[in-house]
Structure formats: C-alpha cells, structure tokens
Design a protein around this ligand. Structure first.
Ligand code: APR
Length: 276
C-alpha cells in the first residue's frame, strides 16, 4: 500500500463538517501557526520517512551521528554530498529536485496572504513552501537548496559560495568557518536563530494546524503539546493516526492537498462572514 494521495480524498459530510469547523476556528483565532512534515510533500512525489513507502522503512534509518562524521571529515562529507553513494540519499535527492508544490502548500501560502496564518514551521528540507510563495517559513531542519556556516550561522544561496571539488570544504566568506548544507544532520543542534523563532511563534499561538507529520521527532513534535498546555487548540491533518492524534482537539482524516484546499475555502467563507 503506498502513502496517501489525493485519489484517496473522499470528502464525505462528516469530514466536510469537521473541515468547516476548522475553517471557523482559523477565522476566529488570534495567532495561527502551522507545523508541517513529510506527509504534506507526499502528493508532490516525495516519499515520507516512516510508514508505508517511507525512505527509512525502505533503506533503514541512517546512523544518528551524521554531524559528528561531518566534523571529523568535512571534505569526505562534501564529496558524499556532491556524489552520494547512499541509496536513500540519492532517492530523496532525486525526488526533492523533481518535486513541485501541491495544493496543500498553496493553501497555506494563501492563508498567509489573507492574514489567517501568522507563521509556518516545517520539518521539510524540500523548499516547497517557499516555492509556493510562502513568506514566513521557519525551516527547523534546514533547506536542501541553501548552505550554512557552522560558526557564524550565516546562510548562503549556492551562487554565493564557490564549491570547488579540488578545494573542499568551502569556507565562510565572513568568518572562514566551515560551510555545510543548511540541512540539519542527525546529531546536529538545531540552529539557534530558527529554534528561537519557532518557540516565539508557538508561545503566541492559540491555534496550531499540524499537517503530514508522525509527530515523532523532537523538538518539533513538542510544539503542538505546548500549544495545548497553554489552552490553545490543535487541528491534525493526516490520513493516518500519529503520536499527536490522542491529544489533538480536532482530527481531519485525509490527504493534505485535498483537506487543506477545502479548509482554505471554509476559512475564507468564515472570514468574509465575520467581516459582513
Ligand atoms: N497528506 C498528509 N499526511 C500524509 C500523507 C498525505 N498525503 N501521506 C502520509 N502522510 C502522513 C503519514 O501518515 C505520517 O504520519 O505523514 C506522516 C509522515 O511521517 P514521517 O515520515 O515520520 O515524516 P515527519 O513526521 O515529517 O518526520 C520528521 O524525521 O527523519 C526525520 O528529519 C526527518 O523531518 C523529518 C523528521
């Protein structure tokens, strides 16, 4: 059985009533924050990590010391990045490079444009939220397109740093620190600037929309529980149960693209009704 796709989206009355309620909550909330995971990009052709069709399910989880291995041999790590030997890295890289944002990414960007979404935290490194035109994206696990200095934390577009295979690793033009992919390796601390911004957004949220995550990887998995502890509401969008399901305030059981597009319609209608 493959991960869920839009063909699985059956909008029955019960689900539509739940999505309408979610839309009303979005329109009446003060500060809405979204948290997204790999499931949101499944309908863009990128497999999830866990569960049916997951990258780790297929290839096994990679060792948890990716960052320590980078620090021990940054040149070797760069050579691996430039021509990956690991099957999972090639499979994920190919899927991410070929992917385009789907209706789920676009629905979040439209909610932001209409002032109905204050911040979006994503665990995805695939850049699809930005490609959908989302402005305020907090990429807690980094972005595969960008590079980052591990000393001064500056981030660079690849065009700003010459990656010469004869002279690896590239060094930071500001502080001469080691430059690596912006993607957060296993064992690497989350960059302090993005982590701080995530906690600030979570501290303000009275409503969180959690879409396409198994809610198993921390610190991101903690965020919905923090919103609940502070008396906020949490909406889960996922075709399958996750670690969050038992605690979520409202469950929208279906694939992200279809459910979020419908949620956008209901939120806009509720916003217009409130303004009328
Ligand atoms: N729409 C919405 N959700 C979906 C869809 C879909 N079309 N298809 C699958 N899902 C759900 C699955 O039911 C599952 O709960 O998406 C979730 C994907 O879970 P994971 O594969 O565990 O992905 P994620 O939660 O983002 O992983 C967190 O783990 O390996 C690390 O760094 C990696 O950022 C990643 C982190």
């Amino acid at each position: 059985m493959s991960p869920h796709s839009s063909t699985d989206f059956i909008l029955d009355d019960a689900l539509d009533a739940a999505i309408r309620r979610a839309g009303e909550w979005v329109a009446e909330a003060q500060f809405v924050v979204a948290l997204t995971g790999a499931g949101l990009s499944v309908e863009s052709g990128i497999p999830p990590f866990r569960g049916p069709g997951g990258i780790w399910t297929k290839y096994g989880e990679p060792p948890m010391d990716g960052y320590q291995r980078f620090l021990r041999d940054p040149r070797g790590a760069w050579l691996e990045r430039l021509s990956p030997k690991e099957d999972w890295m090639r499979a994920l890289g190919d899927a991410v490079r070929a992917a385009k944002p789907n209706a789920g990414h676009h629905a979040f960007a439209e909610l932001e444009r209409r002032g109905l979404l204050a911040a979006l935290i994503t665990q995805n490194i695939d850049d699809l939220h930005r490609q959908a035109g989302h402005r305020h994206v907090l990429e807690i696990h980094g972005n595969h397109r960008l590079l980052r200095c591990i000393e001064c934390n500056a981030r660079f577009d690849p065009s700003e740093i010459a990656v010469d295979p004869e002279r690896l690793p590239p060094l930071c033009p500001h502080c001469s620190g080691l430059v690596k992919t912006d993607v957060v390796h296993f064992g690497e601390p989350i960059p302090p600037d993005v982590l701080r911004a995530c906690f600030e957004a979570v501290d303000h949220a009275d409503l969180m929309i959690v879409a396409g995550t198994s809610a198993t990887v921390y610190p991101a998995a903690e965020f919905p529980f923090e919103v609940l502890r502070r008396g906020g509401r949490v909406i889960e969008v996922n075709p399958e149960p996750s670690e969050l399901t038992a605690s979520a305030t409202l469950l929208l059981r279906g694939p992200g693209a279809g459910v979020l597009s419908r949620l956008l319609e209901h939120a806009i209608a509720a916003q217009q009704e409130a303004r009328a």
